[in-house]
Design a protein around this ligand. Sequence first.
Ligand SMILES: NC(=O)c1ccc[n+]([C@@H]2O[C@H](COP(=O)([O-])OP(=O)(O)OC[C@H]3O[C@@H](n4cnc5c(N)ncnc54)[C@H](OP(=O)(O)O)[C@@H]3O)[C@@H](O)[C@H]2O)c1
Length: 296
Amino acid sequence: MGPRRQWKPLIVQFTNFSRRKEREALEASLPPYVTALDARPPDALAIGNDWTRRLFDGDFYVSPPPDASRPAGSLVFVQSADGNTGAHNPSSLGGGATDKHLIYEGLSRVAADAVMAGAETVRAGNIVLSVWHPELVRLRGSLGLPRHPVQIVVTRRGVALERGMLFNVPEIRVVLLTVQPCRIQMEQALAARPWITALVLDDASGVQDGFERLRGMGIERISCIGGRTLATSLLDAGLVQDVYLTTSPRPGGDPGTPMCSGPLKTEVIARKRGTGGEAGVVFEHLRVTYRSETAS
Ligand SMILES: NC(=O)c1ccc[n+]([C@@H]2O[C@H](COP(=O)([O-])OP(=O)(O)OC[C@H]3O[C@@H](n4cnc5c(N)ncnc54)[C@H](OP(=O)(O)O)[C@@H]3O)[C@@H](O)[C@H]2O)c1
């Protein structure tokens, strides 16, 4: 069987998925945010078009890469009013449609070369991480970026490459940050999928090395969607500049699942409030100013 024929069912599945995501984004009612605080740092890049500026009430900011050897890194999370991020379906935390379509599947990744997720988050659903609303697709194109960001998955135990849609669309580049035993275990499945690159990390401190190698592959901006285990690793390694955090007006989620473990010092760059049916939602752009002595 030729390779195109072999992957056909999954390509059809992806086509249907893309159409559904676009339809959901177009049909969603998106109450605009209003600005409570806007303190653009001089080095931040401002992104947006008329559509995003109307809904976000201004430009969205992204930090430049910290140096020539590492990509810029950001985290995007929705949390319940009592600070939990764990939930089988994070939309159930109550961040609202504007968070989902404008921030999560929008501004947080529209300028990213790659989107990164922890293996547990990927195992939780049949996903491809991209932008879907035509206005965001256009904005991404205007920034000179390919239609879909590179999909990066961090795993120590391995993921079922045969099952997830994310791993089976030849036009979508995937990078696995993994460890040697896991790479060996996935060898056959990797050989059948030349669009997937496995980068072997040395040890627990390997995400830093992983980031440097990703920059070497031309990846300058990474949007990490979590979960909290991966977010904690990235913050501990000093790889995150921006946190995009939406807080729902109601409590919920899996108890004891904050965005990361340990202290996190940040500065608020922007704060926006939900309106209409999303009154009580708060979006914050936080810049990480301090994590630990090991952070650079
Ligand atoms: N509220 C939100 O915005 C949001 C966002 C994302 C996810 N979630 C939710 O959060 C939950 C999942 O979060 P989670 O913390 O359990 O898992 P996670 O961070 O998604 O994934 C953890 C896994 O990632 C791999 N990993 C993480 N750091 C690593 C490192 N430094 N080196 C090598 N591998 C590393 C390991 O994979 P192996 O297992 O292969 O060893 C680890 O078990 C789900 O309920 C999901 O729906 C919520």
